[in-house]
Design a protein around this ligand. Structure first.
Ligand SMILES: C[S@@+](CC[C@H](N)C(=O)[O-])C[C@H]1O[C@@H](n2cnc3c(N)ncnc32)[C@H](O)[C@@H]1O
Length: 231
């Protein structure tokens, strides 16, 4: 089921959260990425001020269980509806319906989460916002679709718009004010007809296993993860 309309607005939060049920590929990618990222969010957020930009249904914000304060920001009230439910026991969370551009943070963040937002945002403006809400020592989780992945190449061609980003572009954007402290990539999937994807899953697994040592230098996974620290 579609969770976005033709203007790329998120209109069905439940379908978004269930997207792993619709294809072997989505499930394979989610099962790799979600535990990995939640682990990182949990590890970096204890006693910290966390700002999640483009939080969606708060799948990752909810991993910041031990955070001192959480600001979860999204332009889609539909997505925030599900986020509010997931975060109802988080007394320290403020759920904010705003575009990232208009969001004015009341405080500087120790940890900024930007997962799955880079392909929608104006990259320069998003970076400026991150700069405005961080200070020396603040960490930023950046996760974006990787242009060097076969599936993303194909999606870009078919949709004729930017669906993925060059990792070197992101690194360059952050270079002056941030240090790259960690990176990874996996989910080395390629396009295959939905009904036959179970045939390619072992190949994706093999590729991920084989390419694991090289992903830091030449990422070919469907997404790239960078962790930056403000200088
Ligand atoms: C792919 S989803 C990612 C959600 C969440 N970060 C995750 O990884 O599950 C992208 C989210 O960004 C939000 N979004 C897109 N453009 C935005 C903007 N300019 N300001 C705030 N949120 C935006 C959408 O409403 C959507 O919830």
């Amino acid at each position: 089921m579609n969770y976005q309309n033709k203007n790329l607005e998120y209109t069905n939060a439940e379908a978004y959260d269930k997207r792993g049920e619709s294809s072997v590929l989505e499930k394979y990618v989610l099962e790799l990425w979600q535990p990995f990222l939640k682990n990182i969010v949990a590890g970096l957020s204890s006693d910290k001020i966390v700002i999640d930009l483009g939080c969606g249904t708060c799948e990752y914000a909810q991993a910041a269980r031990e955070a001192k304060k959480i600001y979860a920001v999204d332009v889609s009230e539909e997505m925030l509806g599900v986020c509010r439910k997931k975060m109802e026991n988080f007394k320290q969370a403020e759920i904010i319906n705003s575009s990232i551009e208009n969001f004015v943070s009341p405080i500087l963040a120790d940890l900024v989460i930007t997962i799955g937002i880079w392909e929608y945002a104006d990259l320069g403006k998003l970076y400026e916002k991150i700069k405005n809400i961080t200070q020396s020592g603040s960490k930023v989780i950046v996760v974006f679709p990787n242009i060097y992945n076969g599936l993303n190449w194909m999606r870009s061609l078919v949709k004729w718009r930017r669906v993925a980003i060059r990792p070197s572009f992101i690194k360059k954007l952050f270079r002056n004010n941030f240090t790259l402290v960690d990176s990874d990539s996996f989910g080395t999937v390629f396009w295959f007809p939905k009904k036959l994807q179970f045939l390619t899953k072992p190949i994706w697994k093999l590729e991920d296993w084989f390419w694991k040592p090289f992903q830091k230098f030449l990422p070919v996974g469907v997404n790239v993860y960078y962790l930056f620290e403000r200088k």
